[in-house]
Every structure is written in structure tokens, then in C-alpha cells.
Ligand binder design. Structure first.
Ligand code: PXG
Length: 285
């Protein structure tokens, strides 16, 4: 189905929406992005996503040529224009056209792109039976090399981890940080349930500050659960009562096996299932 795509304030049909082969987003992965979701035509945590996009851009010295409010309005407009109810929105900001050289000063027309489409949901058996994941040899980007807080157009770190997971028959891969601590999966944050409390790696473990991670933490704290953002090891994961992942695409998805070890009783746990329901209720409010 043809969609309308927003590029720098103009609308193009999806067939005609294009960027140049000289765009540094393509040549060098020089740019940032966000993946958002709409529920019943309303974008979930729109403001938080736009703030994170602007922070990603600031961290790479990329100036987004519109205000946060104007971008929020444009995203809302694209959801309406494309008549999206439950949908997926991708916002991309590239450094723009430059020369065949790294120098970003040659790029002076950043491309802001908004794509709004229907969402391709994960198969329901992932939620019913839980995922099996594996820790991979690819570490998460070292925070002093490229901060994992930046949602940049260069996702090779995560893609290499994903490939390693797929080679082992797992659709998600768990990445460790440079200290050997648990970081996150390739497109999701990780939580453990232990003795009725939630544990998730802190931001300084070198992870993306996930918006679903934050929403689920708020839900849990709202029902009186402790949420501890603490450094975690593989041992903590293997001996957890429950494990689940959070992300815009996956929402809350149970994990039942890590590195071939069953987690808890090997079935999606009650706290995970409860938080998954509560998250969906919140998203559809
Ligand atoms: N960690 C990483 C590395 C991610 O890329 C998350 C955690 C979860 O963050 P949010 O804010 O979504 O709760 C992400 C999110 C895609 C896609 O199209 C990727 C993400 C989100 C939406 C779509 O691959 N990554």
C-alpha cells in the first residue's frame, strides 16, 4: 500500500520518496533515528521519543532544522494522513548530501524523514511460549567509542550480534558490555524478576535509554514493586525467576531460555505476563 512520506516538510508517495546516494546517512551511517508506535491513532510517548532524537542528534553535532514541537506535529500529521491506527513510525535525520569524504562541514542540508506505516507484529507464539535468547561474543559498543545512548544510523554493532544469535537459532541476542556485564539485546532492553523485584542494567552499563523500559519501570513502581537499576551478570540472568525484554516493537516479551538454560520453570512468568497486560492497557489509554 502506498504511503505518504514526509521529507523536510514535503510529502512524497512511498514510491517517490528518495535520498541521494551522496547523503552521508548512506555513505557513513551519519545520522540518527527513532522508532515509534501508535495505538489507536495516538503515538505512544511521542514527546519522549522526540527528546531522545534531539539528544542523539546533539551528541553527534547534528542540528535538526526544526523545533521539537514542529517535529511532534509533523509526526502526528503523518499518522493522520496515512490513516494509521496501530502503526509504526520511523523518524530519520541524516547529515544530508556531502562529498565523498567524512567532513560533515560539506553537508549543509540535513534530511528529516518521517515514515508512518502499519505495524508488522511479532508472531503470537513469542508471547505465549516466550523467547529463547543467547549471549553473543559481540560486545555492546564501548561507551567511550560511541555512546550506546545514541540511536545512530550505524546499527552494525547490533546487527553483528543479531547475526550471531540467528546462527545459533535465536531471534534475539543478548550483548554484554566491555566489563562482561549484561547490557541489552539488539533492539530491546532486558529485565529480570528476582524475589518479586525487578532488576535491569543501569544506563551506565552502556545501553539505550529505552522508552518502553522506562514505561514498564513506572508501571512496576506504581504497583509497589522495587525496580533496581543495577549491574547484572550472566549468573544473575541464569538464576532469575523470570526474564523479559522491552522495546517499542516487542512491547514486553517473555524470555524462557538463555544460553540453553531454562529460566525459572521454563514458561513465561506471572509477573512478566501481568506487566505485559498493564503495558498494553497503558499504551491504549
Ligand atoms: N535497545 C536498543 C539497542 C534499541 O535499538 C531498545 C533498546 C528499546 O528502546 P525503546 O525506546 O524502543 O523501548 C531499542 C529500540 C527497528 C526498531 O525498527 C528498533 C528499536 C525500536 C523500534 C524499532 O529495528 N529499537
Amino acid at each position: 500500500m502506498s504511503r505518504q512520506v514526509w521529507i523536510n516538510g514535503k510529502l512524497y508517495s512511498s514510491e517517490d520518496a528518495r535520498v541521494s546516494v551522496f547523503d552521508h546517512g548512506l555513505l557513513y551511517g551519519d545520522g540518527v533515528f527513532e522508532g515509534l508506535r501508535s495505538y489507536g491513532g495516538k503515538v505512544f510517548r511521542l514527546h519522549e521519543h522526540v527528546v531522545r532524537l534531539f539528544e542523539s542528534a546533539k551528541a553527534i553535532w547534528l542540528e535538526i532544522p526544526l523545533t521539537q514541537q514542529a517535529l511532534c506535529d509533523a509526526i502526528d500529521q503523518m499518522v493522520k494522513t496515512n490513516e494509521i491506527e496501530d502503526g509504526y513510525i520511523r523518524v530519520i535525520v541524516t547529515r544530508g548530501v556531502g562529498t565523498l569524504g567524512l567532513d560533515p562541514r560539506k553537508c549543509n542540508d540535513p534530511q528529516v524523514i518521517i515514515i508512518a506505516d502499519a505495524i508488522a507484529l511479532y508472531p503470537s507464539e513469542y508471547y505465549e511460549n516466550g523467547l529463547e535468547i543467547i549471549t553473543v561474543s559481540v560486545n555492546r559498543n564501548h561507551p567511550t567509542a560511541l555512546s550506546p545512548r545514541i540511536k545512530s544510523l550505524n546499527y552494525l554493532n547490533n546487527i553483528l550480534a543479531k547475526i550471531e544469535g540467528i546462527q545459533s537459532g535465536c531471534i534475539e541476542a543478548l550483548m554484554l558490555n566491555h566489563k562482561g556485564e549484561i547490557a541489552e539485546c539488539t533492539g530491546d532492553n532486558i529485565f529480570l524478576v528476582k524475589q518479586g523485584e525487578l532488576r535491569t542494567p543501569p544506563l551506565d552499563a552502556g545501553i539505550l535509554a529505552g522508552i518502553t523500559r522506562e514505561a514498564v519501570s513506572e508501571i512496576a513502581e506504581g504497583i509497589g514493586m522495587d525496580v533496581r537499576r543495577v549491574a547484572l551478570t550472566k549468573h544473575d540472568v541464569y538464576t532469575a525467576d523470570e526474564v523479559f525484554l522491552t522495546g517499542t516493537a516487542a512491547e514486553v516479551v517473555p524470555v524462557v531460555k538463555v544460553d540453553s538454560r531454562s529460566i525459572g520453570d521454563g514458561k513465561p512468568g506471572p509477573i512478566t505476563c501481568d506487566l505485559k497486560e498493564r503495558f498494553q492497557a497503558l499504551a491504549r489509554l
